[in-house]
Design a protein around this ligand. Structure first.
Ligand SMILES: [Zn+2]
Length: 630
């Protein structure tokens, strides 16, 4: 379904988080690269406490209610800052400098003084219960063909601990990622189409990588999206890792808000009042109706001593089955709330029954017991009594929210471009000053150092690539290649004579090997450098590189073995091979001098293909045949 986004008043803002390559973490001297080894673990519980204004954060309370325990794995390098047993050290100047250089590249205005703030973290991903964050610059903008997008803030912040596993009642994190500096760029909601959202994210990612200091690899850049339509609500969507998914996510969320508003209007049209729905919603123990059920899901819970609860939802016929996103219905939205708040697997609703082994007779007996009328719906949950009762309360709350339209939510991106409810959107006032860290003044020295790091514009880079001898087409595609920073580093090291070859490795040869079933993930950054170095030192020919990469990624050979196989041949070696071929073919040569050249060429090339250029072989064969006939 294609919506008219302009008419809907679609607004999208981006929050882009990029890990940066600094020697040390943001608030301690631990390195930002570490081994996979684990040397122990600690266990913690987080508890919400009152803020200065005497309130408890709603989102924090939600997490705490789940009674979760957190396990932190200790990597090879860690210190008491990561375990929150020691106050953080001063903010890493190098990270601030890199954020400033990005700020200058997009014409943002650096602040005078950097204050580190604490932002409440409620999912256990930080041992302190805070994420530390500091605004470095304000303003600036990103150009786009559909119009510029204003930047609101540029901050440096610490990355969260890396989630390893969710298991019964516990979440396990590794502390290796905690404290790695991130640059966070937040844009104004100036994006009005799904495609523009992707383009702007791409541009920001490119400028970040142009500093040459962006960390590389999966999970080093993350996009969050803030999406709303007119009459809807700003929804935060977390954890988008693939740029290609952004247009789909924006389109799905726009549709969800549009459908939720249509549901609201439909409820109004039906003349339903929330008070009446609340009144009619009487959670009822229906366990006895399912004593002999053939539904496996229900039976399994009842065997464990669980209960079936149900309630009538006045006037809601057809609403639970209403599709709000691809393959997700209003009933799915309600189910998500039940999963998060009540810890049950989900709900059954009348728009999908009979199904899941629940029979038409059981549906009829439920309807009779709950007094469900023609235009009503009903919901069922099954599980431990306490959870089932809590679930009924959660369902009623979410059902009543339908009268308002779109709830304030934080949602998680799913692989198919849809999203699921994670938690209520936290209130705005979640920042507190970090009193353990002194402010850092941005003086002329710091700005001067940052200016030296300001990346070139994409236009300037394009010109540079062309001046290195790349065709315009290759230069343009290289600019969009996620490896362009490595490309530039290699050209700087091995000279622009190899620029086209290096660009071809990234743009063509790796893709070719992949299309032939090659395991291209075997090819590391340092492997690529080794190949380039071999060409630069004359050990292999440029022409052999595509085959080297293909062979390396499709066999179990080491790179050294493959490079040896394609080792370039010296003139002396080649002359010997030519002479022995002529000797072997001497009878044939005497018989037909005209065909002699082709015969020798064929024989020699079969031995030296990929290791010497054909025209050199031809030249030497001609010389040798010449001396023969003299
Ligand atoms: Zn540390």
């Amino acid at each position: 379904m294609e919506l008219d986004y302009k008419a809907l008043g679609l607004k999208v803002g981006l929050e882009i988080h990029q890990q940066i390559n600094t020697k040390n973490k943001l608030f301690c001297a631990c390195p930002t690269e570490s081994e996979e080894r684990i040397q122990g673990e600690i266990r913690r519980y987080l508890r919400p406490s009152l803020s200065e204004t005497g309130e408890v954060d709603v989102a924090a309370l939600t997490e705490w209610k789940k009674g979760k325990r957190y396990v932190y794995l200790l990597p090879d390098n860690y210190c008491m800052v990561e375990t929150d047993e020691e106050p953080p050290h001063s903010i890493n100047r190098e990270a601030v400098k890199l954020a400033l250089s990005f700020a200058l590249a997009v014409n943002a205005s650096p602040v005078d003084e950097i204050y580190v703030m604490r932002k409440i973290v409620i999912d256990g991903s930080n041992t302190s219960g805070f994420q530390r964050t500091a605004i470095v610059a304000l303003g600036g903008q990103i150009e786009d063909k559909e119009g510029p997008v204003r930047i609101e803030t540029i901050t440096v912040e610490e990355d969260a601990a890396r989630k390893v596993e969710d298991r019964d009642g516990e979440t396990v994190f590794n502390l290796d990622r905690l404290g790695i500096p991130l640059i966070e760029i937040s844009t104004a909601p100036d994006i009005h189409s799904p495609e523009k959202a992707m383009r702007v994210a791409l541009t920001i990612g490119q400028i970040l990588r142009m500093t040459g200091r962006a960390k590389r690899g999966l999970g080093t850049i993350r996009q969050d999206l803030n999406i709303s339509i007119a009459g809807g609500e700003k929804t935060e969507i977390k954890g988008v890792q693939e740029l290609e998914l952004i247009p789909k996510i924006v389109a799905e969320e726009a549709r969800r808000q549009y459908e939720l508003l249509r549901i609201r209007d439909e409820l109004r049209r039906r003349g339903l009042a929330p008070e009446k729905v609340r009144e009619a919603f009487q959670p009822t123990d229906l366990t006895d109706l399912f004593r002999t059920t053939s539904s496996k899901v229900v039976k399994k819970e009842l065997d464990k001593g669980g209960k079936v609860y149900g309630a009538r939802v006045l006037g809601f016929k057809g609403i639970f089955g209403w599709e709000v996103m691809t393959k997700r219905r209003f009933g799915t939205e309600v189910s998500d709330y039940v999963k998060v708040f009540a810890g049950l697997g989900g709900i059954f609703h009348s728009d999908e029954l009979p199904n899941y082994g629940i029979t038409a007779e059981e549906v009829e007996s439920v309807k009779a017991r709950l007094n469900v009328q023609q235009n009503d719906a009903f919901v069922l949950v099954v599980g431990p009594e306490e959870k089932a009762r809590a679930a009924m309360g959660t369902i009623l709350n979410r059902v009543l929210m339908a009268f308002e339209g779109v709830p304030k939510e934080t949602r998680a991106a799913l692989e198919d471009g849809t999203t699921r409810f994670m938690r209520p959107r936290p209130g705005a006032a979640r920042m507190y000053p970090e009193t353990d860290i002194p402010p850092l003044r941005i003086d002329e020295n710091l700005l001067e150092e940052a200016r030296a790091l300001v990346p070139e514009s994409p236009e300037a880079k394009l010109k540079k690539y062309i001046s290195w001898g790349l065709s315009e087409e290759l230069a343009k595609s290289m600019l969009k290649n996620p490896n362009f920073d490595l490309f530039e580093a290699l050209v700087t090291k091995y000279g622009s004579v190899l620029a086209s070859l290096i660009a071809n490795i990234f743009e063509n040869y790796i893709k070719y090997a992949k299309s032939k079933g090659g395991k291209v993930e075997k090819l590391s950054d340092s492997d690529i450098e080794k190949i380039v170095r071999a060409v630069s030192e004359g050990k292999i020919l440029k022409d052999a590189v595509q085959d080297v990469i293909l062979q390396y990624t499709t066999t179990n050979l080491t790179l050294d073995q493959v490079l040896e196989e394609y080792r370039a041949i010296s003139y002396d070696e080649l002359r010997k091979i030519v002479r022995s071929a002529i000797a072997e073919l001497s009878d044939q040569i005497k018989a037909d001098k005209k065909k002699a050249f082709n015969a020798v060429m064929g024989k020699v090339m079969s031995k030296v293909r990929g290791r010497v250029e054909g025209k050199v072989v031809a030249e030497i064969i001609n010389q040798e045949l010449q001396t023969l006939s003299e």
